[in-house]
Design a protein around this ligand. Structure first.
Ligand code: BG6
Length: 364
């Protein structure tokens, strides 16, 4: 399978152990259990004054923004949410002085995100950027930021930049948390978890053969569901986005908890579900939902942890290594990149340049 990877996307997926390490380098303060983010241009007093975090991005950057919002809420206990930048500026947003706005963009050139940044700054708000391309328009317009250090990303579907966006959010949440109530022990626990990510991503990439086999079967379906809940839901959304972008199959994400409120009506042997089931306080409920799907003969691929007991469930099981629960979402995302990649490869599609899409959309 590895030899099949002549595309940029394949190369970029496999670069992630190194690129995540670059995102962390020099930014971890082991002694105080916090992050060093000099580019934020905020002193501790300003950092403490933040009462809300609003994250803006488009496409995958928006979905990873939802993962980032959970990190901020869990680690810093500051209310946080993510919104599509393309929608935000059209609803005359209320800009508050004690909100930290975060613009997320690989290219730093996405027009919807750039115009959202300009709208916020015009109204006196403070915006930081999580941006990959150094010196890009969004990076220049922000009050400060965190460069992603993913290196050049060529494939339209974002992989290594997205992973570093997650790491950037973890560092930001750690710093916001450590000027508030996050303990030094918890800070150190998170730092140890972050340091484990590169090796754990490498372990997941070793399962490429199983993922390729599962992807080939999924690619035969016209339509798929991706499901997850709470921390797992943005993972499912990102997984569906990747799959539809490059395989041109209809892929839709739902909260697992919403299945019985509608989507279950569609489940049969022709509609596979990719389920994100981390080992957490919701595992039993999630596994219960999978049995509902299996009872209706829906094919299942379950991305989960080793210790999760699926019972007698008839499913393809992909286990990822466990990290700290806050950091699990990014490890659960990596197999979904390979599922999308191998589905598109199986279908013989142009993986790096999917039809109708551009790497960055710079016109309105
Ligand atoms: C879209 C791309 O047009 O832009 C997505 O198709 C990407 O893959 C999104 O996630 C945002 O791009 P950027 O450069 O702002 O992260």
């Amino acid at each position: 399978v590895h030899a099949a990877g002549g595309s940029f996307m394949h190369r970029e997926i496999h670069e992630q152990p190194q690129s995540t390490e670059r995102a962390l380098r020099g930014r971890l303060d082991e002694r105080f259990g916090t992050a060093h983010l000099g580019g934020l241009n905020m002193d501790p007093r300003e950092t403490r004054a933040i009462r809300r975090v609003k994250i803006l991005g488009c496409g995958s950057a928006y979905y990873v923004g939802q993962m980032g919002a959970s990190l901020v809420e869990e680690l810093a206990r500051i209310p946080a949410d993510a919104e599509a930048a393309s929608e935000f500026r059209y609803r005359n947003p209320i800009i508050e002085p004690d909100t930290l706005y975060v613009a997320v963009s690989q290219s730093g050139e996405t027009i919807d995100t750039l115009l959202a940044v300009q709208e916020i700054r015009r109204k006196g708000g403070r915006v930081i950027g999580l941006v990959n391309v150094v010196g890009s328009a969004i990076a220049r317009e922000c009050d400060g930021g965190i460069y992603l250090h993913a290196g050049p990303e060529v494939a339209v579907a974002s992989t290594k930049a997205l992973t570093n966006m997650f790491v950037g959010f973890a560092l930001l949440a750690l710093q916001l948390g450590r000027v508030r109530d996050l303990s030094i022990a918890d800070g150190k626990r998170l730092i140890a978890g972050l340091n484990r990510l590169p090796g754990q991503i490498a372990e997941i990439l070793e399962q490429e053969e199983e993922l390729a086999a599962a992807a080939a079967r999924l690619a035969e379906a016209d339509s798929l569901f991706f499901i997850g809940r709470v921390r797992g839901f943005p993972v499912a959304r990102e997984g569906a986005q990747k799959f539809k972008e490059i395989s041109y199959r209809h892929a839709e994400a739902y909260q697992t908890s919403e299945l019985k409120h509608g989507p279950l009506a569609l489940i049969d042997e022709a509609l596979p579900t990719v389920a994100v089931v981390p080992s957490d306080e919701l595992t039993d409920r999630n596994v219960g939902a999978l049995h509902e799907i299996a009872a209706r003969r829906g094919p299942l691929v379950v991305v989960t942890h080793e210790d999760v007991d699926l019972g007698e469930l008839d499913a393809v099981r992909i286990a990822v290594p466990r990290n700290e629960r806050e950091l699990d979402p990014i490890l659960l995302t990596v197999p979904l990149q390979l599922l999308a990649y191998h589905a598109a490869l199986h279908l013989g599609l142009d993986i790096d340049k999917p039809r109708n899409l551009a790497k960055s959309v710079t016109v309105e």
